[in-house]
Structures are given as structure tokens and as C-alpha cells.
Ligand binder design. Structure first.
Ligand code: SF4
Ligand code: SF4
Length: 82
């Protein structure tokens, strides 16, 4: 199972809390600016994401959401378990 990290960059104020909260160093600060003139996080190593949601829970502006992505191998695994 993988996880998709959704970052609403226009909500971001560039505080960096999410980047510091991620123990897997999945996120890094962009060089680009949003319309408010803030740097925002980008996903650097999506494969390393464990889905812990620390980043999302630390964000004061609810700019990050994490969702599960199921692959075919997940289906096979669950079918084999039955
Ligand atoms: S869900 Fe956890 S591992 Fe994934 S980017 Fe957020 S803090 Fe990092
Ligand atoms: S915690 Fe939220 S507001 Fe702060 S840098 Fe991350 S996404 Fe932006």
C-alpha cells in the first residue's frame, strides 16, 4: 500500500511544521512561491511515506491530506489471505 500526499499550496503559510514533523523526510520546502508569497512543501520521496499523518496533524492551516492508494499487489495479498 502506498499513500498519496495532497498539498493545497495556496493554503500554506510556509511555517515548515509539516517538514519538521515528518520522520521519513518525505517533504521538502519548494523554491517556488504560492500566490500569498509563501514557500510551500513539496513531496520529495513519496515512496517513503508511511501514512502516519503527522504532517497533516501539525499543519495549522489544514493544507495537507493523506490518502491510501491500493495497488494490484495489495488486492492479491488480501485475496491470498482469504
Ligand atoms: S504521512 Fe507521515 S510519513 Fe507521510 S509525509 Fe506525512 S509525516 Fe511524512
Ligand atoms: S504545516 Fe501547513 S502551513 Fe506550514 S508549511 Fe506545512 S503545509 Fe504549509
Amino acid at each position: 500500500m502506498n499513500f498519496k500526499i495532497h498539498i493545497e499550496k495556496e493554503r500554506c503559510k510556509g511555517c515548515g511544521y509539516c517538514i519538521n514533523a515528518c520522520l521519513q523526510a518525505v517533504l521538502k520546502m519548494s523554491k517556488a512561491l504560492n500566490l500569498k508569497g509563501n514557500h510551500f512543501p513539496e513531496v520529495e520521496k513519496s515512496d517513503a511515506c508511511t501514512g502516519c499523518r503527522r504532517c497533516a496533524s501539525m499543519c495549522p492551516d489544514t493544507a495537507i491530506k493523506i490518502s491510501k492508494v491500493y495497488s494490484e499487489s495489495d488486492n492479491k495479498t488480501s485475496a491470498e489471505k482469504k
